[in-house]
Design a protein around this ligand. Structure first.
Ligand code: HEC
Length: 133
């Protein structure tokens, strides 16, 4: 067994290593900070007001009745989202959004799409524990 003084030194060294490594990781996160435009912010408000998260996920968080919409914009495109929100279907309610509201939701989904990829199966892990998307 180590004497108490050496245990304390080991503890301090581990704390310094932990804090340095955490600081390094957080300053190198591959996630961009979203600066919403007014249109995107309105889309986000609509998203929250109509509780789209009850059935859809963003980054895997949310309900599972509908698909994850994180990368819907790049996968299906703006026109698809536009038409889908106009009509809905048998399992997705038609909210009777106005043209402006659909554009705002579309802009919000575009900004979410630009924030990163949601499917972790396509990520590669770096030796320092960070990921490449
Ligand atoms: C009651 C549950 C429910 C709610 C609430 C809901 N959705 Fe959906 N949504 C679904 C389901 C289920 C589908 C899949 C429909 C299908 O593929 O037949 C879907 C599909 C979609 C799609 C097309 C996805 C694709 O790739 O096929 C978009 C876009 C979408 N929803 C946007 C929204 C938005 C925006 C809101 C909030 C305003 C919302 N949804 C709220 C259930 C819901």
């Amino acid at each position: 067994m180590l004497p108490d003084k050496q245990k304390f030194i080991v503890f301090i060294v581990l704390c310094i290593v932990f804090l340095s490594y955490s600081g390094f990781l957080y300053s190198h996160l591959p996630v961009s900070n979203p600066n919403f435009s007014i249109t995107e912010a309105k889309g986000k408000t609509l998203w929250q007001k109509h509780n789209c998260t009850a059935c859809h996920q963003i980054y895997g968080l949310g309900g599972y009745l509908g698909p994850d919409l994180t990368n819907e914009y790049s996968l299906k495109g703006s026109d698809f989202i536009h038409i889908f929100l106009q009509t809905g279907n048998t399992t997705m309610p038609n909210y009777h959004f106005s043209e402006t509201e659909i554009q705002e939701l579309n802009a919000y989904l575009k900004s979410v799409d630009l924030s990163g990829k949601s499917d972790p199966r396509k990520f590669s892990i770096n030796t320092n524990g960070t990921i490449n998307q």
